[in-house]
Design a protein around this ligand. Sequence first.
Ligand SMILES: Nc1ncnc2c1ncn2[C@@H]1O[C@H](COP(=O)(O)OP(=O)(O)OP(=O)(O)O)[C@@H](O)[C@H]1O
Ligand SMILES: [Mg+2]
Length: 386
Amino acid sequence: MRINAIEIPDADIYEIVLDHFPDLIHSIDDRGTIVYANRAAERLLGYRREDLLGMDIRQIYADEVLEEMERGFRDLKRHGDKVVESVLKTREGDRVPVEIRSFGIYDDEGRFLRTFSILRDLREIKRLQASLIHQSRLAAIGELASGIAHDINNPLTVILFSNEMALREIERGTTDPRTLLEKVKVRLTHSERASQTIQKLSDHLRNFSRGMAEHQERVDLADVVEDAIFITSHRIRQADVQVQNRVEKGRFLTLGSPNQLEQVFVNLIGNACDAMAGREPRLLEIGVAPAAAGDANYWRCDVSDTGTGIPEGLREEVFQSFFTTKEKGKGTGLGLSIARGIVRNHRGDIMVESTVGKGTTFSVILPRLREEPPAGASDQPCPAGT
Ligand SMILES: Nc1ncnc2c1ncn2[C@@H]1O[C@H](COP(=O)(O)OP(=O)(O)OP(=O)(O)O)[C@@H](O)[C@H]1O
Ligand SMILES: [Mg+2]
């Protein structure tokens, strides 16, 4: 159809543009009723536009994000604009992750009239993100495998040596049976201990390669940090870094995917080792505390190193995909962007503080998991700092 643009009223042009916009656009009034929806909204949500208009906005958001959405809506009525991630619910009940850019429209006296929101479908981005996380995990497994060969070698030598000595003592047959029995017992005990060490290593490996479970579970940050230190142990040894892990078990709980969170710390520890290579001292400290004084809702897990530091102008850039200062073949520049993606998916964030020439602290902020005290437990105050 050919139309003379001059003949089209402005309002129709806007309508055409909005309808050809690939992102979902909606507008709601102060009660949360949908008063505008474009064609992308029909496509994504599976409703006809006539059905969408007049619908309560709460009907197109997933149940688990409704509370957060109400809070965002209240904020928007008071202030200007907002960018958040959320989850839509389609007519069929499918969930669609979206990034929402919303702004409020107010009358001359500043009274709220309606919101306008542009929603971008994040399904493809999330899929790519998951495959990146998976690939970076595979890379870490490769590195771990070379480290583990070294770790297994020591206990294996102990086993072989102990067995050989026990055999020799039996073959010699010069000592009386009682002393011989004692000697063989000592050798077997050494051999047993060394076998247990290998068993522990193999358990760790099995856990680490158990896949990228997406489901949420109760996670103890102490386990996450301990596993990440284990996975990077080869790198830590190579860089000759001293590690101080101050994260106590059983105190710092969050909800999430242990594998993905481990991946965050594997990245941070690896970066810290690289930043400290060839410098003095080489100290890596990891600790957890409440995110801010009096804030009982989030944990802050600090990973601090005594490395080169990051110049002020680069502190935001380091989180960009493919930003790296490492030589070709050493770094992909994806570690921190993947780490930030994972943490934000857990409703947290990563921040960085650094002094050039002194060192860097990456802080991972994660929501705190509150557990119901077991029935009958007394109402003990939390240990200091929680
Ligand atoms: N602890 C740190 N101290 C100093 N610089 C750092 C630190 N962590 C990250 N950086 C800087 O940020 C850049 C990006 O880090 P990121 O982890 O995203 O990628 P990378 O380590 O270069 O590559 P990859 O993680 O794929 O091996 C690094 O190249 C480095 O310049
Ligand atoms: Mg890295």
